[in-house]
Design a protein around this ligand. Structure first.
Ligand SMILES: [Ca+2]
Ligand SMILES: [Ca+2]
Length: 327
């Protein structure tokens, strides 16, 4: 553990803890499918690269060996659309006993992620069949009230996005409807407005990183992602590294990352003074991180450094030091 104190003028004495990890990037130029690339990175290093900032994208652009990359000019990164993660909004295991959660009523050709537009929510169409569709569409929800393993269904006569529908059902009933059998499906079809599509509780994850990180930063090429069956992302070095989705079975060069455990540090920052900076402001926090990075460089830290705030259980980065904490 290494402790560095950084004094900056702010309202009162506060502490924050920041983690510092050393990340190395490894380019593998022998082409593999995305999942083979993922296996290789997990075996030899940590995982396929999580390129979740402009800073990392710049580093990757600066590190690529164009001669080894060859004419393909792009490489897999750890980003993929998790099309196999369909699950019900209601996750209560006791409710699914003897039935399981696996009943599906997809017609041939669905789910199709039409247009590669992130169709990650389930509607029941007018005819009672299922269709994956964008969650921002407006539909009436089918809510369920659950008692033991029995559900009763209710149509809510108001148009909502899928997320609004989920909140509404959870507030006023048990949850959005789960369909455990063809009988449930028939019952819902019978009560919903004829010819009208409605929301059911099935949904899936969209794009996410191989190491489990959620997608907070994006660098898609204009018009991408666009392929209904293109569920893996590559960075195109001939176009500033922008991301494009491809069929995962394509063989491409790829980039792994390695988190070097020996150089993990927790740095505790102490701030003292009397100005009126809002420490919960994300821009202020970023500014402080940049100052810390500069300070580490001045102290001779030359390795790749990656800084982030460590959140406390209450969700705050900073906290006011109590008198008896002061040592
Ligand atoms: Ca569809
Ligand atoms: Ca594409």
């Amino acid at each position: 553990m290494e402790k560095i104190l950084l004094y900056i003028t702010v309202p009162s004495v506060m502490f924050a803890v920041s983690t510092l990890a050393n990340i190395q990037y490894h380019f593998i130029y022998e082409p593999r499918s995305w999942s083979d690339a993922q296996s290789y990175c997990r075996k030899v290093y940590t995982d396929l690269v999580t390129a979740d900032s402009a800073e990392i994208m710049t580093k990757l652009r600066d590190s690529v060996d164009w001669n080894k990359l060859g004419s393909q000019t792009n490489a897999w990164i750890g980003l993929y659309e998790d099309v196999n993660s369909w699950r019900w909004s209601l996750s209560d295991e006791a409710f699914y006993q003897d039935y399981g959660t696996l009943y599906r009523n997809w017609p041939t050709g669905q789910p199709d992620n039409n247009g590669g537009s992130g169709e990650s929510c389930l509607e029941m169409t007018g005819s009672g069949e299922w269709n994956d569709i964008g969650c921002d569409q407006l539909r009436k929800p089918i809510c369920s009230s659950v008692s033991g393993q029995t559900a009763t269904f209710t149509v809510v006569n108001s148009l909502m996005t899928w997320t609004q529908a989920q909140s509404h059902c959870r507030s006023h009933y048990t949850d959005l409807a789960s369909v455990k059998s063809s009988t449930d499906n028939d019952n819902i079809k019978a009560i919903k407005p004829a010819e009208e599509a409605v929301w059911l509780g099935l949904f899936r994850d969209q794009w996410k990183w191989s190491n489990g990180s959620l997608l907070a930063y994006t660098y898609w090429m204009s018009g991408e992602p666009n392929g209904p069956t293109e569920s893996c992302a590559a960075t195109h070095f001939d176009q500033s590294g922008v991301w494009v989705d491809w069929e995962c079975r394509e063989a491409k060069a790829f980039i792994c990352f390695h988190e070097v455990p020996s150089s993990n540090h927790v740095v505790k920052i102490k701030l003292a003074g009397s100005s009126t900076v809002n420490l919960q402001d994300a821009a202020v926090q970023e500014g402080l991180l940049n100052q810390l990075k500069e300070k580490l460089k001045m102290q001779g830290v030359t390795a790749d450094i990656r800084l982030g705030w460590k959140r406390r259980r209450d969700g705050n980065v900073f906290y006011q030091e109590k008198q008896d904490d002061q040592k």
